[in-house]
Structures are given as C-alpha cells and as structure tokens.
Design a protein around this ligand. Structure first.
Ligand code: ATP
Ligand code: MG
Length: 305
C-alpha cells in the first residue's frame, strides 16, 4: 500500500505561553489531491504547516509526509515537501537566480538550471532573474517564495497564503502553474482567504476553527450542504415588513436577502410588485463557499466551541 501524501494524527500544539493553537487535528491528504486548508485568522493553519515542515515541534501527535515521519526522518520528509511560507523571509544578498541555485544546492541538486528557468518563466520572474531579491516589490518577493519552494520538485507542495498581496495576473499565472503541477501528480495543499480560489481549485477542503477541524469534505458536498440564494436589491422605498424574515443586511434602501430557493425569489418579486415598489438594481448569487465558511467558522456558528 502506498502512503498518503500527508498524514496528521492527533496534532496538539501548545505554545510556550500556554496557548493551545492545535487541539487534536487529524487529517489525511491522499497523493494527487488539491486540498484546501481554510479557516479564519488565528485558526491554526500556519501552526499546522510549520509542524508539517518540521519548523516547530508538536506538543503531541504525529505528522508524516508520504509515510515519513517529519521528526524521525527529517531529511527524507523535507525533500518530499515544498512549503511556501506566509511570511516573506529570505536572504537579501542574492539575485533571484542565485537564490534558486543556492536553494537547489541545499537540497543536494547540482544541475537544476533547466527547471530553474522553467520556474522563473512560469512565475513571470524572467525580467527579475538577475535582480537582487531585496530590490523586489512585495508581490515579486512572493513569487520568489513560491519559486524557492518548488526548486527541488517536491511531490507535496504546501502554499500558505501564496496569493496575499499578489496582482490578478500573477494569481492566474500561479494557479495555472500549480494546476499543471497537480495534473502531473504533485499533491497541493493550499491555505487561502480568497474563498472563490479555494472553491475553484480544491477538490476537498478542511475548515479549521480554534485549532479544531469543523468540516472536512469534498468541495461539492460542502456546497450542496448550503443550498440557497442571496439577493442584493435596491428599492425606491422601504422593504415591506412581510419580507423582513429574509433580511440579512440593510443599508438605506439597499437590502441583502437570504432566500431558500428560486420560488421564494418569485414570491419576493411579486410582493414588491403588489406593493408598487420599484426595483432600482438587483443581483442574485447562489450560495458559495463563503456562506459555508461563515456558517461553520464564525464565532456565532452553532454547535462548535
Ligand atoms: N509563537 C507563538 N506563541 C504563542 N502563540 C502563537 C504563536 N504563534 C502563533 N500563535 C497563536 O496561535 C494561533 C494560531 O496562529 P496561526 O498563525 O497558526 O493562525 P492561522 O490560521 O495561520 O491564521 P492567519 O489566517 O491569520 O494566517 C493564534 O491565536 C496565534 O496568536
Ligand atoms: Mg497563517
């Protein structure tokens, strides 16, 4: 039997100040998955990723990359994993190409220039290949972080907020590139606050809240569990009281309504017409991952501590 790309068993992390950031997280990501690790700020995503990378030790529990325990076999597991960290940290004395060559050397890879050229081109760094990394813009630095994580062609790639502060064009380039790597068999584990990206890319998603997994399912199943519509509507008068039961938000005569289905939408439109209220603008949105996320992870969510 081949091992899963990532196996986390009962991960607990209590920081030295006594704060427990992970409260027993268990998770298996199979080889070849495009997996989303989502959760609000402070949920424990980066803590979990640091433990995967062997950068910080769990208080208890185990983590293995492709069957290799990150603490017992650090050299093997490190080569199997490429992590794009959330924080921008790298040696400011190298050019982009030098940094990539140096990183290759760190992994014991000598002749890596073809792959380095490919990463540089795919991440739109060709113009900056010979620029010193300290002279790059924030978004360019982020691209270099991604490149550094890929230099040893790791079978498992973890991206912690790779698109934070990155412009639209690079985001698209990056996703094309990562999707291609995934199609070639690399396992991708992605953390992002851009939920539409996660919805589009990830086959399965885990949602973390206060150091615990509150949802773990296919993206499809998570969306199916959240049927319904949101209606954004601007009226020339106040919303009739008979529609207050579906009101989510009001700002002047602009309203956001939560509806169960399309028949309820027709009922709303009929009610407005009967009351001689004119619609100035209207937008209908089917529930998306953001609705699922808010239901499961907001501090008002029911049923989870
Ligand atoms: N070194 C540390 N010492 C004490 N507490 C820490 C330390 N590092 C992180 N924490 C706390 O652990 C919790 C989880 O932090 P973590 O960085 O893992 O969250 P996250 O899910 O990555 O959040 P974000 O979406 O903001 O990146 C937070 O409450 C954070 O304040
Ligand atoms: Mg984080």
């Amino acid at each position: 039997m081949t091992s899963a790309a990532l196996t986390i068993h009962q991960a607990v992390k209590t920081y030295s100040n006594g704060f427990t950031a992970l409260k027993g997280v268990s998770l298996i990501v199979e080889t070849g998955e495009f997996f989303g690790l989502l959760g609000p700020n402070g949920a424990g995503k980066t803590t979990l990723i640091s433990a995967m990378a062997g950068l910080s030790r769990l208080t208890s529990g185990q983590i293995a990359i492709c069957g290799h325990d990150v603490y017992k076999e650090p050299d093997i597991s490190r080569k199997l994993l490429g992590v794009v960290p959330q924080e921008l940290v790298f040696d400011p004395f190298f050019t982009v190409r030098e940094a990539l060559r140096f990183q290759s050397g760190y992994f014991g890879i000598r002749h890596n220039d073809d792959w380095i050229d490919e990463i540089i081109a795919s991440l739109g760094l060709s113009d900056k290949a010979n620029t010193n990394t300290r002279n790059l813009s924030g978004g360019m630095k982020r691209r270099v972080m991604v490149a550094l994580a890929l230099v040893h062609k790791p079978p498992v790639i973890v991206l912690d907020e790779p698109t934070a502060g990155v412009d639209v064009e690079l985001r698209q380039n990056l996703w094309q590139f990562i999707t291609r790597l995934n199609q070639q068999g690399h396992t991708i584990i992605l953390t992002t606050h851009y939920l539409e990206e996660a919805q589009m890319l990830c086959g399965r998603i885990a949602m973390l809240k206060h150091g615990q997994i509150v949802a773990l399912d296919s993206t499809r199943n998570l969306l199916n569990a959240e049927p319904g519509l949101r209606l954004q509507i601007s009226l020339d008068q106040t919303l009739p009281a008979s529609l207050h039961h579906c009101l989510l938000q009001a700002d002047g005569h602009n309203y956001q309504l939560k509806l169960t289905d399309y028949p309820e939408l027709s009922m709303v439109l009929q009610t407005l017409q009967a009351a001689h209220i004119n619609i100035k603008s209207l937008r209908i949105m089917e529930n998306d991952l953001e609705d699922v996320f808010l239901r499961l992870t907001s501090d008002h969510a029911k049923g989870v501590a």
